[in-house]
Design a protein around this ligand. Structure first.
Ligand SMILES: Nc1ncnc2c1ncn2[C@@H]1O[C@H](COP(=O)(O)OP(=O)(O)OP(=O)(O)O)[C@@H](O)[C@H]1O
Ligand SMILES: CC(=O)N[C@H]1[C@@H]2OC[C@@H](O2)[C@@H](O)[C@@H]1O[C@H](C)C(=O)O
Length: 363
């Protein structure tokens, strides 16, 4: 077994998660984890960038450096809390911060910021970054990448399990005994709920769905949201803030809706889009990870929309729901260093399996 650090900062832009795991590629044990919010200036700059705003090469480079530093800081914090030295860690797998994801069209790309050179040099640990673009170079979506890891840690010999990550975007992995893993992005996870809550209350997210619970689902609005053509596209597919953003939501609102009713409808939209994916399968286990697993209304609605299913968080199956994505990137770094594939062509649509990532040595 070797020690790896995984670092994830996701599309919610809420901060950075880092984990220390022990793995041989087949077994993965979580040893320690820590999390750090983004400094507010950094978060605002990232939000502006993800909104497609104009940015100069200088601002771009400075953000890359600032993120690289933030990742190095959290690595040092994790080493200190776990009592490990750099020499104890085989490698860091750092997802970076997605600032634009454009998987289709003439010039597809997916861009994650956070300088891996700096992370390797500042920590003295070999660092793997840029996990998505090899898959894209092979015709794939470059996302989602976690289904291979979900299979590794959560596949069950007899039970159908659908793992749902509810981050900024929601994505699923279908782990059906005896069948290849299937997986794709589903649509908005917390992203629309977060932006509505922030816009109207100044608070970054609707903690425990307090605002949504004061409202009523608006059926006509829900139907408009559910009619988004992207939702009906076949897999492979992935998405992000490039589609599900302020402009997308505003185009579907009349402007007369009460704030709490929109919040309730957005929560229902998130749950309904996820439930629709599971409804095509015989009842099994729906295992939730990511921040949306802390939203009690989402859990209630998924339970109601999926009768016969056991709806739970991945904690119930032995994998920490808040550590899952960062653990996946620690595991992906293991795959890279051992020249093993990280992608699943049946999920991303790539022409073949591939060793993913760019490796930065510290020396
Ligand atoms: N108590 C809670 N009640 C409601 N929502 C919550 C609660 N705790 C967390 N969340 C939601 O979880 C979000 C953070 O989720 P997470 O950390 O999985 O996002 P992420 O890392 O950006 O994910 P991804 O990379 O998958 O997009 C918050 O923005 C918020 O919407
Ligand atoms: C481009 C990008 O950063 N995509 C994220 C995002 O957040 C959730 C969903 O959209 C998923 O496709 C992906 O993250 C996870 C880690 C993945 O690749 O599996």
């Amino acid at each position: 077994m070797e020690n790896y650090i995984g670092i994830m900062s996701g599309t919610s832009l809420d901060g950075i998660d880092a984990v220390l795991v022990e793995t041989d590629g087949e077994r993965v044990r979580l040893l320690d984890r820590t999390t750090a919010p983004f400094a507010s200036g950094l978060r605002d700059r990232l939000l502006a960038l993800a909104a497609g705003g104009a940015v100069t090469a200088r601002q771009w480079g400075e953000l890359d450096t600032a993120l690289g530093r933030a990742y190095a800081d959290i690595t040092r914090q994790l080493l200190a809390s776990s009592g490990r030295r750099a020499a104890d860690i085989r490698a860091i797998g750092c997802h970076g911060q997605t600032v634009w994801h454009q998987p289709n069209g003439e010039l597809p790309f997916s861009l994650q910021l956070g300088d891996g050179n700096r992370l390797a040099a500042e920590t003295g640990i070999t660092t793997v970054t840029d996990f998505r673009r090899k898959d894209m170079a092979l015709g794939g979506q470059g996302a989602p990448l976690v289904p291979a890891f979900h299979q590794c840690v959560l596949a069950h010999p007899e039970r159908l399990r659908i793992v749902v990550n509810i981050g900024g975007i929601a994505n699923i992995s279908v782990l059906a005994p005896g069948r290849p893993v299937m997986g794709h992005d589903v649509g908005p996870g917390n992203m629309l709920m977060d932006l509505w809550c922030r816009r109207h209350t100044g608070v970054p997210f609707d903690r425990d769905a307090a605002l949504a619970r004061r409202g009523t689902v608006l059926p006509a609005l829900l139907a408009r949201l559910m009619s988004e053509p992207w939702l009906a596209l076949p897999a492979p597919k992935s998405t992000g803030r490039e589609l599900f953003n302020d402009a997308w939501l505003d185009a579907r609102l009349s402007g007369d809706e009460a704030v709490a009713d929109v919040q309730a409808t957005l929560a229902e939209f998130t749950a309904a889009a996820i439930a629709r994916e599971a409804q095509g399968w015989p009842a099994g286990e729906l295992l939730i990870c990511g921040g949306g697993g802390h939203n009690p209304l989402l859990l209630e609605r998924l339970t109601a929309l999926l009768p016969g299913w056991q709806v739970n968080t991945t904690n119930a199956a032995g994998v920490d729901m808040d550590a899952m994505e960062a653990m996946a990137f620690a595991w992906l770094a293991h795959q890279t260093l051992h020249r093993l594939p990280g992608n699943l062509p049946e999920v991303t649509g790539a022409r073949r399996h591939a060793v993913l990532g760019a490796v930065h040595f510290p020396d």
